[in-house]
Design a protein around this ligand. Sequence first.
Ligand SMILES: Cc1ncc(C[n+]2csc(CCOP(=O)(O)OP(=O)(O)O)c2C)c(N)n1
Ligand SMILES: [Mg+2]
Length: 306
Amino acid sequence: MALIRAFETRVAELYRDGEIPGFVHTSLGQEAVAAGVGAALEDGDYVATTHRGHGHCLARGMEVEGMMAELFARGAGICHGKGGSMHVADPSRGVLGANAIVGASLPLAVGAGLSSKQLRQGRVAVAFFGEGAVNQGAFHEAVNLAAIWSLPVLLVCENNIYAEFSDSRTLTRVPAVVERCAAYGVAAAAVDGNDAAAVHRLAAEAAERCRGGDGPFLIEAETYRWHGHYEGDSQPYKPDEEAAGWRARDPLEVAAARLLEAGAASAEELEALREEAAARVEAAIERARTLPAPDPEEAYADVFGS
Ligand SMILES: Cc1ncc(C[n+]2csc(CCOP(=O)(O)OP(=O)(O)O)c2C)c(N)n1
Ligand SMILES: [Mg+2]
């Protein structure tokens, strides 16, 4: 969580300063979902993420240097500078990629889950998506297929209340995603998405169910995005009190309080963790700044599958 916080904080600043091109969506405030689910997975499991996916990728162990260089659109980036923030991928870590199509992570994870089942690999496929994606046809088709074929698919909905500039509770008569999922006969549970330990407990149980052949499971993680839909969105649509209430439940502070109370870490150790994360991110930025842009000769390489 400290690494995601440091990465996203600096990415927001770099984007504002014009150092990162394109478009970025940060997951500040939602770190506990990425960390809790990421820690519950095994090597070889798949993750399909979203336009707000930096945290999911970092939680699966993607290299900070390669990701930062990718956001800077450098040739040495993890996708050779062709993907950027919204299309980072790393098949070596099972990360099938971020993508800009709302709801697209669901059919991708269902495909990965189907291959895992057919090949008897025991790999779990995770689809991260926002509550806004639940109004897309892709969600319903994917969940239904995962259900009838009993696929090892872990559906992780990050319900951060907003879809772009709309309050998602005004976009459906059934705002509870767990209820909508029940229509497909899929087991589901809601969890405090700002509590990494609670997310981890539920995700570990759910992943084991998937691995054991019980079919898909949906986690609805209730959380909040601190920043706008994209960097630069001034968020006039969010009530101040609501935003302040969620900020007071900072997932890093929730985790820190628990660790301190249990005597599992000291304040100094937690501070050192944050400093170490910030230094890793800073080193990745310094490196990315010095790297060259991709060679124009490479424009079509890897694009058509060769
Ligand atoms: C198929 C499709 N429709 C619309 C959009 C435009 N769009 C981008 S993000 C977004 C809202 C997504 O909200 P949610 O799924 O809750 O994710 P969050 O941004 O809150 O993480 C929309 C409508 C898109 N990218 N793709
Ligand atoms: Mg949302």
